[in-house]
Design a protein around this ligand. Structure first.
Ligand code: ATP
Ligand code: MG
Length: 359
């Protein structure tokens, strides 16, 4: 059953048999104490680390603005250094005031599950701090920030086509891993996949962040802020918007939007454009399967000798299938991984390059 982070919160509670099979179900004490050996991964045999508020303050020089690296829908993110010397990103979660004191144990259980996900294309969730009303998530620190900044803004050197393909493949692999359910026994829907949640390592490898984050917020949050409900405008699966049904294919839609951002260098939503040109998918959807029209929408900053038109055409075709309005007509993430590998191979071959072994 394709659920995972889908809004099974209530359903879970209703179904006894499902409860037994579902590792997201709140099981006081036992789960985060790792008495269930089957849920252990090789990464952290002792589960997620638990930090004190003092450690969070020390790591960030008391949340000094100079250490702020960004702000999103769930709170502020600071760069920090743990006592061990490890660089981390600390997300200070903003909870709605009426929910601040709730859910500490559920928070712990669910962070612990997320911290067991272990894949080279997912940002590692190292641990958490739950102190009184405050909640923090501690992630590995990614030095090259997020993909969106690299596509439209910071830095003089624009990413060439092979680097963009490598990022697309990495992100696709990360999502395919979440969807496969191999780590925690059920498929996990990211819910908020987008270019600011694709972070880049020092070598510009992609790692997905914030998987499962929507799940960690108390239920009331959904009603507090509609824009945050289950994702971000510009990436919403139209089927979800019309039916309220969130599926793994909702992530595929959002992935298709990121593919389009990589191809065009444009934003998913650009409020600086006229009313008909603000939404990237609507703007380019009908142009993706014509080679002639494709030239008009390709990122003008793409290094000319880094791509073949053949690979661009195949890529655009894949992107157009990912953003199909009907979720059943979209490919799976596993299929996306395979196709992107082929596209990268065709590109390298067309340019007479050695086939890239890193991907
Ligand atoms: N682990 C990390 N390492 C380095 N930088 C990070 C890390 N996590 C987040 N950031 C930076 O902080 C910024 C804000 O992140 P945050 O997740 O709060 O917001 P967002 O991704 O824009 O939106 P959302 O809340 O929907 O995820 C990111 O865009 C990224 O540049
Ligand atoms: Mg984020």
């Amino acid at each position: 059953m394709p659920f995972g982070l889908v809004s099974t919160w209530n359903k879970r509670r209703r179904s006894k048999s499902l409860e037994q099979a579902d590792p997201w179900t709140y099981k006081p004490v036992k789960l985060w104490q790792l008495e269930d050996q089957s849920l252990q991964t090789s990464k952290r045999r002792n589960g997620s680390s638990v930090f004190t508020l003092k450690e969070m303050e020390e790591a960030t020089s008391s949340f000094d603005d100079a250490k702020l690296v960004g702000k999103g829908g769930f709170g502020r993110v600071y760069k920090g250094n743990l006592r061990s010397g490890q660089a981390v990103a600390i997300k200070k979660m903003e909870l709605p005031p009426f929910k601040e004191a709730d859910g500490e144990q559920e928070f712990r259980v669910e962070v612990d599950i997320l911290s067991r996900l272990d894949h080279p294309n997912l940002v590692s969730l190292i641990g958490y701090c739950a102190d009184g009303k405050q909640r923090f998530l501690v992630y590995e620190y990614l030095p090259n920030g997020n993909l969106q900044d690299h596509l439209n803004g910071i830095g003089d050197s624009k990413m060439d086509w092979p680097s963009r393909l490598r990022v697309a493949i990495g992100a696709a692999k990360g999502l395919a891993y979440l969807h496969s359910g191999t780590a925690v026994g059920i498929p996990i829907i990211h819910r908020d996949f987008k270019s600011t949640n694709v972070l880049l390592t020092a070598d510009f490898e992609a790692k997905i962040s914030d998987f499962g984050l929507a799940k960690l917020m108390p239920k009331g949050q959904e009603m507090c802020e509609t824009a945050r409900m289950l994702g971000t405008f510009g990436y919403f699966d139209p089927e979800y918007t019309s039916t309220g049904k969130l599926t793994l294919q909702s992530d595929v839609y959002a992935f298709g939007v990121v593919l389009l951002e990589l191809l065009t260098g444009r934003r998913a939503v650009d409020l600086n454009q006229g009313p008909n040109d603000q939404n990237l998918v609507l703007q380019v959807r009908n142009l993706l399967n014509s080679r002639k029209k494709l030239r008009k929408i390709m990122d003008p900053d793409l290094t000319q000798n880094s791509y073949t038109l053949e690979s661009i055409a195949m890529y655009a075709n894949l992107a157009s299938r990912c953003v199909r309005p009907e979720s059943s007509e979209r490919p799976s993430m596993g299929e996306c991984v395979k196709e992107l590998h082929l596209i990268s191979f065709i590109n390298s071959k067309g340019l007479g390059l050695a086939v890239n072994k890193r991907i």
